[in-house]
Design a protein around this ligand. Structure first.
Ligand code: IPE
Ligand code: IPE
Ligand code: MG
Length: 237
């Protein structure tokens, strides 16, 4: 069976994983990065076209300065260390979010990673960083308003697709399946516009403990679901 076109994962529970082991939160984040690498490789191998990982939300800037500094440093190291993995697995990289919020060195690395992987034809790995779904919609509205003001866009021609076309990465489109680890059952501002018809999967497994088997289990649940999109139950036909 074909995997869903676009899977989003809210990688949550690193702090609790560390707390349970009586180690620093940073250990949880380190282990979480290992999980991310395995899940990325696996998703690419099973043919997922787009995988969006929620790594840092606009709200996460309000964590302690030590935590924010660590996460920014981890992002930087990750971009450096994982480029070879992306090339080897034919993965194209794209960030979504307020990239301008990061320091210039991180922004340069992001640009470098996008450019270096732009010709890859396998999975597109989308990293949501300094990302907020509501802010993404605000940014889309602003760019649409600008086009209207400049006379490039007619208000009467604005459709749902127009909004999609003005999101951070228009090609990404709707999200088919959203997985969240750690037992929390909320979106926390993830893919607000793209999740209108997503299927959801919540698991109590903490992100550092999440394996490719858990991923396959989640995919099996996805395939057992009937996506109706407002139509009647197909079994009645
Ligand atoms: C997810 O783990 C990683 C980020 C949000 C960056 P958390 O850090 O939120 O872990 P918990 O929720 O405190 O367990
Ligand atoms: C959501 O997790 C953001 C990421 C996984 C990057 P949080 O841990 O920040 O979400 P809340 O605070 O529990 O809603
Ligand atoms: Mg959390």
């Amino acid at each position: 069976m074909n995997p869903p076109r676009h899977i989003g994962i809210i990688m949550d529970g690193n702090g609790r994983w560390a707390q349970q082991r009586g180690v620093e939160r940073t250990e949880g984040h380190r282990q979480g990065l290992e999980t991310a690498r395995e899940v990325i490789k696996h998703a690419a191998a099973v043919g997922v076209p787009f995988l969006t990982l929620y790594a840092f939300s606009t709200e996460n800037w309000s964590r302690s300065p030590q935590e924010v500094t660590f996460l920014n440093m981890a992002l930087k190291n990750y971009l450096i260390s994982e480029l070879a993995m992306m090339q080897k697995n034919n993965i194209r990289f794209r960030p979504i979010g307020r990239v301008a919020d990061f320091t210039p060195d991180v922004q340069e690395l992001l640009a470098h990673t996008i450019a270096a992987t732009s010709q890859n034809t396998g999975m597109t790995l989308v990293l949501a960083i300094s990302y907020g779904g509501q802010l993404e919609i605000v940014d889309a509205i602003k760019s649409i308003a600008l086009e209207v003001r400049e006379g490039a866009l007619d208000i009467d021609l604005i459709t749902q697709q127009t909004i999609f076309d003005h999101l951070y990465f228009p090609e990404l489109g709707a999200c088919d399946f959203i997985i969240r680890t750690s037992g929390e059952c909320r979106l926390s501002n993830f893919l607000t516009y793209q999740s209108a018809y997503s299927e959801f999967y919540f698991t109590s497994v903490l992100w550092p403990d999440f394996t490719t088997d858990h991923f396959d289990e989640a995919l099996a649940v996805y395939h057992s679901r009937e996506r109706r999109f407002g139509k009647e139950n197909s079994a009645e036909h």
